[in-house]
Design a protein around this ligand. Structure first.
Ligand code: SF4
Length: 303
């Protein structure tokens, strides 16, 4: 348990109020430590729907807090720092998707969950980095597809399935700048280290790595792996949980600067203020939630 002065008060307050704290795998270690649940964005949203909490404090970026609200509309969902957004989610707007649909009738629009609720409301089906291949495979071969907003995830799915899709020109600034050369340099420094990267990395990086996995899949892979040393090519917040769950294994960040500044915006002081003052409630128009939920449910229905 963290020694931070705010931590004790947070634990006491959340017990008193019956609130649950959810923290994404990329948030600050001390925030992950006081959370009831840690995970990737979809794992957390599904969990939020399961626990049926009266109040949820969601530590992550804004589209994740929105997804939690969409899947648990009866809960009061609080996002302690509303300015914690996602640069990739901001690369596509609902208006642009609606325009695209008008000019491309019949095209199936697939949205990565890293999108705002307003964008989800305009698309046919969502996907995560873990299930993107399965979702695309479920779409009839004669249909054209627009994949948004992450062109790297989309390209990696196209390569894996040999299926053409139109790709939105968005990307995650944290993963987009990773290069194959960086992996070669890391392998030279840590020979034998197994290289794990996120599928938001460019295709050359995915080819150079040993495995391209979502954060949830990385954590499951590590628990099952007999290997001892790993080079981790994703946001470095995940190292906290990797080390905690695998104390006998050695982890090296692929690059020390693989950091998402928005994921670090929520501090323990923010969580405490959120609990004390009910800040800041996620409020979405009913119709947006209804249509966005449909796109998420369409994804969850694909077995
Ligand atoms: S790591 Fe990338 S995709 Fe994730 S919140 Fe940050 S900018 Fe968005």
């Amino acid at each position: 348990m963290t020694e931070h002065p705010a931590a004790e008060e947070i634990i006491r307050l959340k017990k008193e109020s019956g609130a649950f704290i959810f923290a994404h795998n990329y948030t600050l270690p001390e925030v992950q430590e006081i959370a009831d649940f840690t995970g990737d964005s979809l794992e957390l949203s599904i969990k939020a729907a399961e626990v049926k909490a009266a109040k949820i404090v969601f530590c992550g970026v804004s589209f994740m807090a929105e997804t939690a609200k969409i899947l648990s509309p009866a809960s009061k969902v609080l996002h302690p720092v509303p300015s914690a957004g996602c640069a990739m989610a901001d690369m596509v707007t609902a208006e642009k998707v609606a325009q695209y649909r008008k000019s491309h009738p019949g095209t199936v629009i697939v949205a990565y969950v890293n999108t705002t609720a307003a964008v989800k409301a305009e698309v046919d089906i969502c996907c995560t980095s873990a299930n993107a291949e399965k979702i695309v495979r479920s779409i009839p071969a004669e249909k054209s597809i627009l994949f948004l907003p992450d062109c790297n995830l989309g390209r990696n799915v196209m390569n894996a399935l040999g299926r053409k899709m139109e790709l939105w020109p968005g990307y995650c600034p944290v993963h987009h700048h990773v290069t194959p050369e960086m992996i070669r340099e890391a392998r030279a420094l840590h020979p034998g280290g197994i290289v794990l990267v996120h599928p938001e990395c460019p295709e050359g990086v995915v080819r150079e790595a040993d495995h391209a996995l979502s954060t949830g899949a990385m954590l499951r892979y590590l628990l099952a792996s007999k290997e001892k040393e790993f080079i981790v090519g994703t946001e470095k917040g995940i190292l906290h949980r990797m080390k905690k769950e695998n104390p006998e294994k050695i982890f090296h960040p692929l690059l020390p600067e693989l950091v998402c500044p928005d994921m670090k915006k929520i501090t323990l002081e923010d969580v405490l203020r959120s609990l004390k003052e009910d800040l800041y409630e996620v409020v979405l128009p009913e119709e947006t939630m209804f249509r966005a939920r449909k796109a998420i449910e369409n994804m969850l229905a694909i077995k």
